[in-house]
Design a protein around this ligand. Sequence first.
Ligand code: HMS
Length: 228
Amino acid sequence: MKQLKQQVYEANMDLPRHGLVTFTWGNVSAIDRERQLVVIKPSGVAYQDMKVEDMVTVNLDGERVEGHYKPSSDTSTHLELYRRYQQLGGIVHTHSTYATAWAQAGMSIPALGTTHADYFSGDIPCTRALTADEVNSEYELNTGKVIVETVGESNPLYTPGIVVYQHGPFSWGINADEAVHNAVVMEEVAKMAWIACSINPHLRPIDNYLLNKHFLRKHGPNAYYGQS
Ligand SMILES: O=C(CO)[C@@H](O)[C@@H](O)COP(=O)(O)O
């Protein structure tokens, strides 16, 4: 767990470095699938004060098994996603400005160009609103459930992020680093989409053949981008 704690700590510290969090408004977790344990940031601890040993380990039922702090307030959301999608190794939540603005507008982030298509196989969906009952009982768990409801049976790595209605972005990947990378991409494409829609309110989404070409250059069995 020492190595995973180090990875999760460094991934959390990457959030302010990339300008994705203000104050304590974000968290990163990662899972050890063999041990069925999740390491996550402590709740409400300032990034500049946070140390590796402050990371909290919980089991998939949310019970703390290691760490002196309370885990992130969003732990139940992360756990719901790890339980549902075996492909996930790391999860990020932030309140980054542009992605959160789309969440607050209640709109999916439209796929408008190849920067978006290199990472997301379509629009970045916005969830439905949670009901009053869902908010008043097990809010964080229900936030996870509404994300699962939106992603559904599709491969979560083909849509590695989502915006939760009136809340903000969650992203994920095969590990904590990749989840942070996808959070950075989501913020960038959210900003580009907003600017593009302001320049041309009548623009049309990226053509499917261009979207698929860019996505499949980097993902799936026939990917050829890069040096591997
Ligand atoms: O969404 C919120 C607050 O509204 C939280 O994600 C954010 O403040 C981070 O909380 P934690 O410090 O991880 O408990």
